[in-house]
Design a protein around this ligand. Structure first.
Ligand code: ATP
Ligand code: MG
Length: 445
């Protein structure tokens, strides 16, 4: 993409309304614009990053056996009455009437709808277990929308739902989703710690919130340092093997990790003082098993092996996809701007032409742009007629993993400059060597 043909409204000033760094940087880098409180447009650069995150979530869900579908944003009130949640949900739910005075709502979540779909589609124990999911916009009229996309009113969520014949089966489905969350967040360069969450009347150990540690987080968290020291980036699992799945679940749930909602001083005291970490955290995912809470009132059952109907055992599994963009930036930035982890970066490389209009520099930059693009490297080509300082500051702000600079001085000795955003490591290379390195570095992303 050529910057002269793109829409990238960078802000020089720090917007006064933004209280946390990710919100400031998303506004300054031209990723989002607020349209009303907690409701945002995703500008081209932000939308690209959002799509990267979405794709990784899709891939890891499907790797764990979950099946994608798409349910609507608008739901009939009736199905929420059937489940008994319509009145209980409160003012966070946006309630709407259509022209026929029928009561509708903008979905804050989809348990009712998916339960009805599965009730009609799944008849027999032979059709189970199943995990279905979608990535769809939600609306919750939050009391205090704030921190940009972190706590929006309209936000993008991945919500998966599992259906099993037995509680034991539901436990395996839960554990598969648990493992897929570890893998999803690791690919995004995040350590999202699963913390014991409230299970309500169901009890048991099958509810976890995944939190990344960040000073600006809304939750207080208590974590055993030993858990943080684990290798989060190379979890290997065989989803077909229940023992493999359960083993990973056990190993990431055995140490203490709780939010203030479930924190227990007496149990915490069993963790040696030098291993106690108390910090702030941002919730990026929440998974829980809730048995027949929805399948019972909505009459979702399957015929079991003995010919008798069995009410389905369910769980639900949410990821805050749009919130993740804020969380990634909270976890990865410096004083100059965003530092994208490679997998979520909106483009792989910023190609900077230091002397737009100089025939030799233009030709070398154009050639690199064409070659890299043809090889599948995503290049944002800064072909504006601007001073070098301004270009570098802009590219640091948007934080692409690599910056490739073509200028008259280097070119005179046959070299371009390749710089890694993460640590500033810089190399002078021939254009061919630089291209080869970028192609290798971005392969498979
Ligand atoms: P929170 O405790 O942050 O209010 P929640 O418990 O209401 O979240 P869930 O219903 O578990 O959220 O939703 C699943 C995921 O959706 C959460 O883990 C979070 O990442 C994301 N999410 C929830 N509310 C918002 C919001 N207002 N804006 C952005 N993301 C959200
Ligand atoms: Mg939650």
């Amino acid at each position: 993409m050529r910057l002269t043909r793109y829409v990238l409204p960078l802000l020089k000033e720090t917007p006064a309304e933004a209280q946390i760094v990710s919100h400031r940087l998303m506004l300054r880098a031209g990723m989002i614009r607020q349209s009303s409180a907690g409701i945002y447009s995703w500008l081209p650069l932000g939308y690209r990053a959002l799509q990267k995150v979405e794709r990784i979530v899709h891939e890891e869900q499907q790797r764990a056996g979950a099946i994608p579908l798409l349910m609507p944003t608008i739901q009939p009130a009736e199905i929420w009455r059937e489940s008994g949640r319509y009145d209980a949900y409160g003012p966070e739910m946006l309630r709407i009437k259509d022209r026929h005075e029928r009561e509708m709502l903008y979905g804050p979540t989809n348990e009712e709808m998916i339960t009805l779909l599965v009730r009609d589609a799944v008849k027999s124990w032979r059709d189970l277990p199943r995990i279905l999911y979608h990535i769809q916009w939600k609306f919750r009229d939050e009391t205090r929308p704030r921190f940009g996309v972190m706590r929006g009113r309209e936000f993008l969520m991945k919500d998966a739902y599992s259906f099993d014949l037995t509680a034991e089966g539901a436990r395996l489905s839960y554990q598969k989703m648990f493992v897929s969350y570890l893998k999803t967040f690791a690919r995004l360069g995040l350590t999202a710690v699963p913390m014991k969450a409230d299970t309500g009347p169901i009890g048991g150990d099958l509810s976890h919130e995944f939190l990344i540690l960040a000073e600006t987080g809304e939750s207080q968290v208590f974590v055993d340092k030993a858990l943080l020291a684990k290798d989060w980036s190379s979890v290997e699992v065989d989803y077909e093997d229940p023992a493999s799945v359960a083993g990973i679940f056990e190993s990431f749930t055995s140490a203490y990790a709780r939010t203030d909602e479930t924190h227990d001083e007496a149990i915490w005291a069993e963790t040696p003082a030098e291993r106690q970490v108390s910090a702030r955290g941002v919730e990026v995912g929440h998974i829980f098993y809730f048995g027949t809470k929805y399948s019972e009132p909505l009459k979702a059952a399957a015929i079991g092996p003995d010919g008798q109907p069995v009410t389905l055992e369910m769980g639900s599994y949410g990821v805050g996809v749009s919130r993740l963009l804020g969380a990634i930036i909270e976890a990865s930035h410096d004083e100059n701007g965003i530092v994208w982890p490679e997998a979520a970066a909106p483009f792989h490389v910023a190609l900077v032409n230091l002397k737009q209009g100089d025939a030799a520099v233009d030709a070398a930059a154009e050639k690199l742009y064409a070659e890299l693009t043809a090889a599948g490297v995503e290049v944002l080509y800064d072909d504006r007629d601007e001073r070098a300082g301004g270009k570098f500051a802009a590219m640091d702000l948007i934080g692409l993993p690599w910056r490739l600079t073509v200028g008259p001085r280097g070119l005179a000795s046959g070299q371009v400059e390749l710089r890694r955003r993460k640590d500033g490591a810089t190399e002078e290379l021939t254009p061919e060597a630089a291209a080869a390195k970028l192609i290798a570095a971005t392969r498979g992303l």
